[in-house]
Design a protein around this ligand. Sequence first.
Ligand code: SAM
Length: 271
Amino acid sequence: MDDETVDLQVDRAHSARMYDYYLGGHTNFLADREAVGRVLAVFPSVLVAARANRAFMRRSTRFLAESGLRQFLDIGTGIPNSPNLHEVAQGVAPDSRVVYVDNDPIVLAHAKALLRSHQAGHTAYIQADLADPESILSAPTLLETLDLNRPIALSLNAVLNFIPDERGAYDIVRRLKDALAPGSALVISHGTRDFDPVVVQKGVVDVYRSAGTPIQARSRAEVARFFDGWDLVDPGVTTSYRWRPDGEEAPPDMTDAQAAAYVAVARKPLT
Ligand SMILES: C[S@@+](CC[C@H](N)C(=O)[O-])C[C@H]1O[C@@H](n2cnc3c(N)ncnc32)[C@H](O)[C@@H]1O
């Protein structure tokens, strides 16, 4: 992995670095912070929303590791922000094996932090596009790291927003689900405009589009559709901070409008 070959394009805002800034990270530049300023102007709770999303990743990963899952495929990983998914999974089960996937060379440049696995387990990184699921499923790194004949926890957190319907989001998720063994899990978090259509439509979407990143919010029913045919884990499709809260992460007065994201976990039926 050669960081010097990556063009960081620091003069334009970048979604992965904007998200890093939301989370309080340091892998961001002036153009990213200026774009975040424009998002904050229309959606002041974006920092709280991003942190609630990240906290959901941690809780859902811990839940699935405690449920016995030992293989994890995380697509749309983002710039490392500890604790990363493998740290959470391996904190429960050190032998957990994790494959990270992102299409962004900037994430690749920082991927070393994702590869510091517990020695009992293993982590790997693939640069690939969620829009091309075959390239992920057939990647030698994935096949060397994960056994597709055994259950895998597939997480698509805050990434399907970047796959508009016209790019075939539902077909992509169906293809990935079909490739997984019974007992596998699907984890999704997804931005919504259900609670504040005007703000999200006119503000956030415009900022991302002007940075060259198409973005689509989805309704509760549209998010639920990704799980068709699988068994939703209690409490089903809900907003990020309401999913099995452990009392530590969300502000006590948080609202659905501030979270602006639906999440859920489902399991592939055994028969
Ligand atoms: C908002 S971050 C979410 C990070 C992490 N999943 C989380 O929820 O904390 C979205 C990530 O998805 C990646 N991404 C966007 N579109 C993608 C695509 N088509 N294929 C793979 N990764 C993508 C971005 O590069 C970015 O790192």
